[in-house]
Design a protein around this ligand. Structure first.
Ligand code: NAD
Length: 255
């Protein structure tokens, strides 16, 4: 797999799944635009260690004007985006009647609307080159629901809908748009849910219960495995994979 000469933008790539995917793309030779909060220096250094160019842009993906600035940055620093990975995401768990309105709005903005904005802004240069890969990091929760996650489930189902529409609009081109639907991955986003379930300091038990409820393999998916799937979707062999919602979930959706 050789992605030399390609530029990839991975939103929310300072940790977790986004960083795992960015590292795999860098390993294959792609230059990277990183984004996200927290320790961006460590993420940039880890990506550059693969001998590629990497820059970080701090856009808050809940804000359309900052997303526009991010896309301008990618265009002016790297001459546009060939591989767009919409990964930034947040979670909040509460019953629908108690769900804070501000958290609903933030989840829809970051987990769904941000992908619309990056896609609409990346599309002209992808069309001009007749090559592009748009990979939306949805979730098993894009295909099945869980109680307490109304905003997240709505956003991820919506993201799969967006994926299918964009795949149809680009079906006769060299641009593909697909979604990846991970099951549980042990990242800060999931660690917080384990912490919330931990009773008497027994976090190992909380982890086992979390996995046992949904993921038949009883093991976490890893960011590296998701990075390999993203790499495949970037390959020539995947040109007819269009509008897919591809789960990698330890069997979550098989039951
Ligand atoms: P994470 O918390 O490790 O990473 C989230 C990333 O998004 C971080 O880089 C963070 O800085 C960034 N981010 C958050 N809000 C942002 C904002 N407003 N603007 C810009 N960046 C922002 O989480 P993760 O588990 O790696 O999640 C990545 C994606 O994978 C999310 O879309 C999540 O819904 C999805 N996902 C995660 C799991 C899982 O089990 N961890 C499962 C399925 C899907």
């Amino acid at each position: 797999m050789n992605l030399q000469g390609k530029v990839a933008l991975v939103t929310g790539s300072t940790s977790g799944i986004g960083l795992g995917i960015a590292l795999k793309l860098a390993e294959a030779g792609a230059d990277l635009v990183l984004n996200g909060f927290g320790d961006s220096d460590t993420a940039v250094a880890a990506v550059r260690a693969h001998g590629v160019r990497a820059e970080h842009h701090p856009a808050d993906m809940s804000k359309p004007e900052e997303i526009e600035a991010l896309m301008h940055f990618a265009a002016s620093t790297f001459a546009g985006v060939d591989i767009l990975v919409n990964n930034a995401g947040i979670q909040h768990v509460a019953p629908v009647e108690d769900f804070p309105v501000e958290r609903w709005d933030a989840i829809i903005a970051i987990n769904l609307s941000a992908a619309f904005h990056t896609t609409r802004l990346a599309m002209p240069s992808m069309r001009a080159r007749n090559w592009g890969r748009i990979i939306n990091i949805a979730s098993a929760h894009g295909l099945a629901a869980s109680a307490g996650k109304s905003a997240y489930v709505a956003a991820k189902h919506g993201l799969i809908g967006l994926t299918k529409s964009v795949a149809l609009e680009t079906a006769t081109t060299g641009i593909t748009c697909n979604a990846i639907c991970p099951g549980w991955v042990l990242t800060p986003l999931v660690q917080k849910q384990i912490d919330d379930r931990t009773v008497d300091g027994d976090s190992a038990r909380a982890r086992e219960e979390l996995l046992g409820e949904k993921q038949p393999s009883l093991d976490f998916v890893t960011p590296e495995q998701l990075g390999e799937l993203a790499l495949f979707l970037c390959s020539d062999a995947a040109i007819q994979v269009r509008g897919a919602a591809w789960n990698m979930d330890g069997g979550w959706l098989a039951r």
